[in-house]
Design a protein around this ligand. Structure first.
Ligand SMILES: NC(=O)c1ccc[n+]([C@@H]2O[C@H](COP(=O)([O-])OP(=O)(O)OC[C@H]3O[C@@H](n4cnc5c(N)ncnc54)[C@H](O)[C@@H]3O)[C@@H](O)[C@H]2O)c1
Length: 342
């Protein structure tokens, strides 16, 4: 797969580095609306750069666009790429609401191209092992799941945290895709949601360099608590927050009729994965493969799927379902009611 990268910001290094080690994908060009950023990455990774996204689309050698722009830009870049007969792998979220995601799903029908979306962490060894344990009935019938991402916010480490507090940001659209992609992979789709959300602070102060001390406006909820009902009967409690300082909550746990599984952090690859069985007092560590995986695996899976003419594991239908869940939780909070998903 020959890739053109759009958006050369913070996350782009991880993709450029992965591509250097891969024999399935190759990044051959990059661009950014801030030309200096594309020039910098192009020289760091010895690839070409182009001045604009439009110019990139004209390059027939590029078969896939890797969309690493902020969420508000995702839909337009994905749709323009498909219209130019390119495959697309987009960072999450696929779009900033269901309307955008539906437009993407609709346009995809007209073109014989793949549209995939991050995250790909569920392809890592920890979540793959969890799937096998569930299939082996290790904890019996799953009754409940919990998913917690509680943090003080990205202004603590990101050089330009603005997008995470802008429309299309927030801990739910930014972080819940890791948790929900994992849970949907393990448990299937969600049927109904309810939730409460709030914006604790109207502004945030950037605490990281180089813009330390700058104030940014908050345009999105920053603390969201929700209950998700899966089609298979599992109930999940989920909290996504940029408004909390320290916690002992797990990332994801699954509670079954015969035991509990403590899952790896779905925002990374690998372990630890732990189990406690009914009647036992100690947690056991479950060994997982040393080759835990890394960000970019989804691109290799996509390359394989294009070659074999089948849907990639990170296909956009799941990504659209995830945006629908997140949006419906916000609507539930605003309307004071449960929301059934389409
Ligand atoms: N930073 C992380 O740790 C991280 C991790 C996982 C996923 N992501 C996702 O990756 C995406 C980018 O995040 P980031 O943290 O790298 O943001 P960033 O702000 O550091 O980088 C985004 C880049 O996109 C460029 N850009 C914006 N609009 C553009 C357009 N229309 N055309 C071309 N370039 C454009 C910006 O100039 C910027 O360089 C987001 O969707 C985010 O959710 C980020």
């Amino acid at each position: 797969m020959k890739i053109g990268v759009v958006g050369c910001g913070k996350i782009s290094d991880q993709y450029f580095q992965f591509a250097q080690t891969s024999n399935k994908i190759k990044i051959i060009s990059c661009t950014d609306q801030v030309a200096e950023k594309a020039i910098y990455q192009s020289s760091k990774y010895s690839i070409s750069f182009v001045k604009s996204f439009e110019e990139m689309l004209l390059n027939p050698e590029i078969d896939t666009i890797l969309n690493l722009t902020p969420p508000k830009e995702h839909k337009q870049i994905t749709i323009e790429s498909i219209k130019s007969s390119k495959h697309v792998y987009s960072e999450k979220p696929l779009g900033i609401n269901s309307k955008e995601c539906n437009e993407i799903l609709e346009i995809r029908k007209k073109y014989n191209k793949q549209i995939c979306s991050a995250p790909d962490t569920f392809l890592g060894a920890g979540i793959q092992k969890t799937k096998k344990m569930i299939e082996k009935n290790s904890i019996g019938q799953i009754v409940h799941a919990s998913a917690f991402m509680v943090s003080p916010g990205h202004e603590h480490w990101h050089p330009n945290p603005d997008l995470y507090y802008d429309t299309g940001g927030g801990p739910d659209l930014d972080m819940a895709p890791y948790y929900l992609t994992t849970l949907i992979y393990l448990l299937g789709k969600v049927k109904r949601v309810t939730g409460s959300h709030k914006k604790t602070f109207a502004t945030r102060k950037i605490l990281s360099e180089p813009r330390k001390g700058e104030i940014i406006q908050v345009e999105t909820p920053t603390h969201i608590s929700s209950i998700l009902d899966f089609h298979n009967g599992v109930i999940c409690t989920m909290i996504m927050s940029f408004d909390t300082h320290g916690s002992t909550l797990p990332r994801i746990e699954l509670y079954g009729t015969e035991g509990t599984l403590y899952l790896p952090d779905p925002n990374s690859f690998g372990g630890p994965l732990k189990i406690i069985k009914s009647g036992e007092e100690k947690w056991q560590n479950i060994p997982i493969s040393e080759n835990t995986g890394q960000r970019g695996m989804g691109l290799e899976d996509m390359a394989d799927s294009i070659k074999n003419n089948k849907d990639a594991q990170t296909n956009c239908q799941n990504a659209a379902h995830i945006v629908n869940i997140i949006e419906s939780v916000r609507i539930s909070s605003e309307k004071n009611q449960h929301i059934y998903l389409n």
